[in-house]
Design a protein around this ligand. Structure first.
Ligand code: KG4
Ligand code: ZN
Length: 365
């Protein structure tokens, strides 16, 4: 007989953040620790998988200990251990999965395996303790529309419940965060590219209409995304159209600062515009299919921190009389609170993992 699950320890190591969190009743974040590896990967301009795995090994236990201490509980108070076991870098995932299994087994509590992409959709309902009434957020009305925009994934979902997802569309090339990171590299913006490009594009006076970059629609009604055309358009705007033989005549070092700012703003406008376009299409498609307008949009993943996307989502909420739930800034990027939070839903349904839980590089949703 397992005891009622109130406190879940979540562990997340799918990419370059080593994270642990203690979440109460699926929504109140008692502690959340994220050890970023930005400084390790910065000189390579992207995440180096082997370096990420090694850093996770060094950090996982101190990070878990701190999460438990910050939550003002002891390990024996933990009712279940949850881990993001897919998708991600296999070596990185293995560190978190091994730690979670060892902890669950030694504490004699259940283990729960969570899909990281799925967990991003849960991030908007997380709350710190001591909020208005100390209670978890009321959450979405189902069926809800979900959008995950991260460095590895860009997908739209119909959620019939927290545990029942149907994928409506996904990127056919780059993920939105990846497009921001590559766009930043083209503009000579340092790692981490997405947030730095956002900051540059937000400089007062930035002209987002300086360049008319293409807004990817794909076929009429398509709920898929494509960012490669936008990336190429930015590349040509910065370096010129390549001469025969594929040689570029210049690079970002030839740009005046004002030009860089305007290019960043124009790029961000097109990328966000494409995301909003697909959300609107999905809302229309769901309304036609369900016979009623969808009342909640859940947005998660690193790019949900983007200032322009958040502004445009607020406008969309108003335009469509829609409740748009976006995470607090700290829960947009990879974190373990979203893993522990979603895991509470699985615990409620008795969906436990065995000690044979596998680390899997691909998403289940
Ligand atoms: O969800 P996440 O932390 O990791 C993955 O699961 O991929 O997302 C990281 C991605 C990176 O591509 C990063 O550049 C992007 O989110 N990102 C942003 C912003 N903050 C993070 N992209 C645009 N604007 C931002 N403010
Ligand atoms: Zn993520």
């Amino acid at each position: 007989m397992t005891r009622p699950v109130r406190l879940i320890l979540g562990i997340e190591t799918s990419c370059d953040e080593t994270a642990a969190a203690v979440v109460e009743r699926g929504g109140i974040v008692r502690s959340g620790v994220v050890a970023s590896q930005d400084e390790i990967h910065a000189e390579y301009g992207g995440v180096v998988p082997e370096l990420a795995s090694r850093a996770h090994v060094e950090r996982i236990l101190p990070v878990v200990r701190r999460a438990v201490r910050d939550a003002a509980v002891s390990l024996t108070d933990i009712d279940a251990v949850a881990v993001g076991h897919r998708p991600g870098l296999i070596g990185a995932l293995l560190v978190g999965v091994s730690a979670a299994k060892a902890l669950a087994w030694s504490l004699g509590v259940p283990l729960i395996g969570v899909d990281h992409v799925h967990a991003h959709l849960y991030a908007p309902v997380l709350r710190p303790p001591g909020g208005a009434d100390g209670a978890p957020s009321p959450g979405p009305v189902f069926p809800a529309l979900g959008l995950v925009v991260s460095g590895g994934h860009t997908s739209l979902y119909r959620l019939a419940s927290w545990r029942s997802l149907e994928r409506l569309g996904a990127t056919i090339d780059d993920a939105m965060g990846e497009a921001f990171d590559k766009g930043a590299a083209i503009l000579g913006i340092p790692f981490p590219g997405g947030p730095n490009l956002d900051r540059l594009a937000s400089i007062p006076g930035a002209d987002d209409a300086a360049h008319r970059f293409p807004l990817s629609r794909l076929t009429p009604g398509s709920l898929d995304f494509s960012f490669s055309g936008l990336k190429t358009a930015l590349l040509y705007a910065v370096r010129g159209v390549p001469a025969p033989g594929g040689v570029f005549v210049r690079d970002h070092s030839a740009l005046a600062e004002r030009e860089r700012v305007d290019l960043a703003a124009s790029f961000q406008r097109a990328a966000v515009g494409a995301a909003v376009l697909k959300i609107e299409r999905a809302l229309d498609a769901l309304a036609a299919r369900d016979g009623a307008a969808c009342g909640t949009l859940l947005v998660g993943g690193g790019v949900s921190a983007n200032s322009r996307l958040r502004r445009e989502l607020a406008a969309l909420a108003h335009r469509r009389s829609l409740s748009v739930l976006v995470p607090e800034a700290r829960y947009c990027v990879d974190n373990a609170a979203m893993i522990a939070g979603l895991a509470h839903e699985f615990a409620g349904a008795g969906e436990w993992a065995g000690l044979d839980l596998q680390a899997v590089p691909t998403t289940s949703c």
